[in-house]
Write a protein that binds this ligand. Structure first.
Ligand SMILES: [Zn+2]
Length: 261
């Protein structure tokens, strides 16, 4: 049995200190060698290390959470830029795939929002604000994109302008582009060409307008059922008459419908 005197304790402490000091010196001198050794060891024991890390993470969930949060806050800006850059490159490489994915997600979101009117209202407001902000930031990009879309979708563009005009004039926000499109499609399917449903003559694109069979001021609405294609001139001539009243006034027009069917 060793009897610990103050002297031996001092001696032990001193030799321990020396040992640590020399170890530290050794480490500093052989940094590269040690790192190489460590790397070699790590590749050899990779699976073991991964397993050990996992185990540690499992046991220290709270700590991991705090570390992650801290790391995120410290590297937020740098990581965001890196991430954006990476995403940008990915999107360019997988353009088609990304578009399809985006469209699918949007559809799913819309279906979800359709079921939750309150959320939809919120989303609409936020979306509008985002759109405005984006436009103010990138007016040239938006203008260019719009122009490109307009050139590729001339008829649809005219329709959408019509929808906007109708919405403004009649102050009816429920009139959608889809409904207007359906009105035109239905007309063309029925008569083979675009035909004015007030005088039953052919309508050139540009001379057309949307007519409310029962005008809004007479209690009509913006549903597909209440809308039809007409000449602008016929539309203004009809004014606030209902379709029934119109054909009562001009029975000669109604007869002409048969020549298209
Ligand atoms: Zn007409």
């Amino acid at each position: 049995m060793t009897i610990l005197t103050t002297k031996t304790v001092d001696f032990v402490a001193l030799s321990l200190m020396n040992k640590r000091k020399s170890q530290k010196e050794y480490r500093q001198k052989n940094k590269e060698k040690r790192s190489k050794q460590f790397k070699k060891w790590r590749t050899k024991n990779r699976d073991k290390e991964i397993e050990r890390n996992k185990e540690w993470k499992r046991k220290n969930k709270e700590k991991v959470k705090i570390y992650k949060r801290k790391y995120y806050l410290e590297h937020k800006e740098r990581d965001r830029e890196k991430k954006n850059e990476r995403n940008r490159k990915y999107r360019i490489r997988h353009n088609k795939k990304c578009r399809e994915y985006g469209r699918r997600r949007h559809k799913e979101k819309m279906i979800y929002l359709e079921k939750n009117p309150k959320l939809k209202e919120k989303w609409l407001i936020a979306n509008r604000e985002n759109g405005k902000r984006y436009y103010l930031k990138n007016p040239d990009i938006i203008k260019k994109r719009n122009k490109k879309w307009q050139n590729g979708n001339k008829e649809l563009f005219l329709l959408s302008r019509r929808a906007t005009g109708q919405r403004r004039r009649t102050q009816s926000k429920d009139l959608t582009l889809q409904v207007i499109q359906q009105v035109y499609e239905r007309n063309i399917v029925k008569y083979n060409v675009l035909v004015c449903e007030l005088c039953f003559e052919k309508v050139k694109f540009g001379e057309d307008s949307l007519d409310h069979k029962t005008p809004l001021v007479r209690g009509g609405n913006n549903s597909l059922k209440n809308l039809c294609v007409s000449h602008r001139t016929c539309n203004s001539k009809k004014h606030d008459k209902t379709l029934k009243e119109w054909f009562k006034l001009y029975p000669k027009f109604k007869i002409k419908e048969s020549k298209w069917i």
